[in-house]
Structures are given as structure tokens and as C-alpha cells.
Write a protein that binds this ligand. Structure first.
Ligand code: MRU
Length: 356
């Protein structure tokens, strides 16, 4: 019989098709009602899948982008190195424009491009196996990083703790285990019990559609709450730690994550609850000095006005402001958990030390 916990933690959300001609993704926009896979073959299909959040979560976007570049490289007709490198660069830039905030996208695309630029004059036949190895390495490394983040994160928790999380940073958003949800799955494997509160995460409901789905299927005690209920569950004493993922961490520890995260951090500070950010070092961007340097994605107001409602809930002409992320000030963050261990303030020192 299949172990339901393993089914969740080892879900195959992104993979290269066996013939190498497409990237197969689990379409996260259809969950939890339908389990549908899509094959991405063209640059436009790949761009659309990332832009519409069919594949989403910073590490998952990076993994997907790596495979996409390999699939696109195989399709290229250019045989001359310079022409091939030029077209590869143009496609990389195109995919990089699909979403601006999660640094893992440009990080993975940059890794793929360095395979090409690192072998000047190489033939396409020589480059393709190297590109295939690189995208597979990005995926493999993420699995190891998530496992390690889960272990470091679990060491911060006690059996029986109440945990509040925002958005979705589980296996669907990564490779296996996830980042913010990783310690909970790992703890469950070890027989620990947590009581998790999942913010629904307006407007795209990643908490309702994905986090509560993953935790419930894994047999972890999860209670879904609306975003504006976080304060009451904290006040009631039901939350011993907040665990969230991240899309870009600046050199000073300011962290961009799903819109609403900074509000959770402010509440946690008020109630004296530790607030942890969990993510791989690939999400740390030392070129951003602070959160002010992080570009925040703005999305279509229709996501607020009408998406997920049976009928629109606001007049079509009503103005909407729909930032996809916000920045949590480093002063509100108790620790940043990476695959290399937990960083504590002052973050300018502890984060820089990770890269020495
Ligand atoms: O817009 P999304 O759903 O891609 O936003 C995702 C998040 O904010 C996650 O918390 C973050 O990417 C970390 S996923 C391990």
C-alpha cells in the first residue's frame, strides 16, 4: 500500500519528458480539485505556465526554468556557436521576464547560460549533454537542500507545537519536502505531531488550495484560516512558531515572500512568537542590499475582483492594487533557515558568511 506521507513529499511536480522534448508539470492552478499534468514545449507555453502560476514557488520555478532551457536548446536550429549562444540568451531573457520577484528564476537561468558561455566554440552536440546534466543537477540539488532545510527547521520545533504558515512552501513549490513545510513532513516521519494553521493566502489561495491539501493528505493536523484570523489564533496561544518560505532574501535579511507575510511577522512580534523564514541559499540575493532593491510583482486586479468567486465581487471599474509579494523587515525575523544551517541577526554578517 502507498504511504500517503511519501506520496505527498515525493510528488513528481516537474520532470523532463523521457524523450527530452518537453517539460511535464503538475498544473497547480487545478489543485485540489483536479490532478492534471501539462507538457510544455514552446517558449510561450513555458512563459505562460510560470506567469499563471501553473508552476509556482520560488525553487520550483527555478527547477522548471532549467528544464525549459534544455528543451528549448534541443529545438534550436542554429548550429554555429555564436548563433546558438545568441538565441539561447534571447530565450533565457524571455523566460526571465515571466515573473520578477523570485530570484530562483534568474539564478537557474543564469546557471544554464553559464554552461553555454563557459564552453566558447563548443558544438551543439557537445553542449546539449552538458545542459541536460546542469538542469538535472539543479533539480537534484534542490532535493538535497530541502531535506537539509527540513532537518535544520525541525530542530527549532517541539513535538506538539502549533505552527502558522502563509502561502505554500511545500513539495509542490520545490522538489521534495518543501522549505517552510519541510520540517512538518519530516517531523511527521519521525512520529511528531504538529497542529498547523494554514492562512488561506488571498488572492490566489495557495494556502487553501495547496498547503491544506498537502498537509491533510499527509495526515498532518491542519486547520485552514482566513488571513485575517492569524491574530486570533496567535492571541489564543495556539501558535508556537511561524514558518514561511521566501522568494528573495536581501543581504540585510529583508525577505520578499507572498503578500501578507510581513503582516504575519508583525503579529508574531506583537505576540512574542518566533518567526522563521526557510529557503535555500539560491534564494539569497546579496546583490540586493535591502528589501528596497527587490522588485515586487504587480498582478492583474481581476484576481482580486472576480477570481474564484461564482460572480464578480466588485464592479469591473473598481481600482485594485494587487502586489504578489511584500517584504518582511529583517528586524521581525527570528532566524533564516537554509540548507547550511540557521542564520541569526545581524544578517548582513550571517548571510554573507554562507557564501564565504
Ligand atoms: O506566487 P507564488 O505562489 O509563486 O508565491 C510563492 C511564495 O511566496 C512562497 O512562499 C515562496 O516562493 C517559497 S516556496 C518554497
Amino acid at each position: 500500500m502507498c504511504d500517503p506521507l511519501r506520496q505527498v513529499t515525493h510528488c513528481e511536480n516537474i520532470r523532463l519528458a523521457e524523450d527530452g522534448r518537453s517539460v511535464i508539470i503538475l498544473d497547480q492552478t487545478q489543485l485540489p480539485n483536479r490532478t492534471e499534468y501539462r507538457a510544455l514545449r514552446t517558449p510561450e507555453e513555458m512563459y505562460e505556465a510560470i506567469q499563471l502560476l501553473r508552476v509556482r514557488g520560488a525553487p520550483a520555478i527555478g527547477i522548471c526554468a532549467g528544464y525549459c532551457m534544455y528543451v528549448l536548446a534541443r529545438q534550436m536550429e542554429e548550429r554555429d556557436y555564436d548563433a546558438f549562444a545568441g538565441r539561447f540568451h534571447a530565450l533565457k531573457e524571455y523566460l526571465n521576464a515571466s515573473r520578477p520577484t523570485a530570484v530562483n528564476l534568474s539564478w537557474a537561468l543564469g546557471r544554464m547560460e553559464r554552461v553555454v558561455t563557459g564552453h566558447p566554440g563548443a558544438s551543439v552536440e557537445e553542449l546539449l549533454p552538458l545542459l541536460e546534466a546542469e538542469c538535472k543537477a539543479i533539480h537534484r540539488e534542490d532535493i538535497a537542500m530541502c531535506r537539509s532545510i527540513s532537518e535544520h527547521g525541525l530542530a527549532l520545533l517541539k513535538d506538539g507545537d502549533g505552527i502558522l504558515t502563509h502561502c505554500n512552501a511545500g513539495p509542490l513549490a520545490t522538489s521534495r519536502y518543501g522549505t517552510a513545510l519541510g520540517p512538518l513532513f519530516l517531523g511527521k516521519e519521525k512520529g511528531m505531531q504538529f497542529k498547523v494553521f494554514a492562512d488561506e493566502t488571498r488572492p490566489l489561495l495557495q494556502g487553501a488550495r495547496l498547503t491544506s491539501y498537502e498537509l491533510q493528505r499527509a495526515g498532518i493536523d491542519v486547520t485552514l484560516i482566513c488571513d485575517n484570523m492569524a491574530s486570533i489564533v496567535m492571541k489564543n496561544g495556539w501558535v508556537q512558531a511561524c514558518l514561511v518560505g521566501c522568494d528573495r532574501v536581501a543581504a540585510n535579511g529583508d525577505t520578499a515572500n507572498k503578500i501578507g507575510t510581513s503582516g504575519v511577522a508583525i503579529l508574531a512580534k506583537h505576540y512574542g512568537i518566533p518567526f522563521y523564514v526557510l529557503g535555500p541559499t539560491s534564494t539569497i540575493d546579496l546583490s540586493c542590499k535591502s528589501g528596497d532593491d527587490i522588485e515586487i510583482e504587480l498582478r492583474d486586479g481581476a484576481e482580486i475582483r472576480e477570481k474564484f468567486y461564482a460572480e464578480p465581487m466588485a464592479l469591473p471599474e473598481v481600482k485594485c492594487y494587487n502586489p504578489a509579494f511584500d517584504v518582511t523587515d529583517h528586524s521581525l525575523i527570528t532566524g533564516i533557515v537554509t540548507e547550511k544551517g540557521v542564520c541569526y541577526p545581524p544578517y548582513t554578517e550571517s548571510l554573507a558568511a554562507l557564501f564565504r
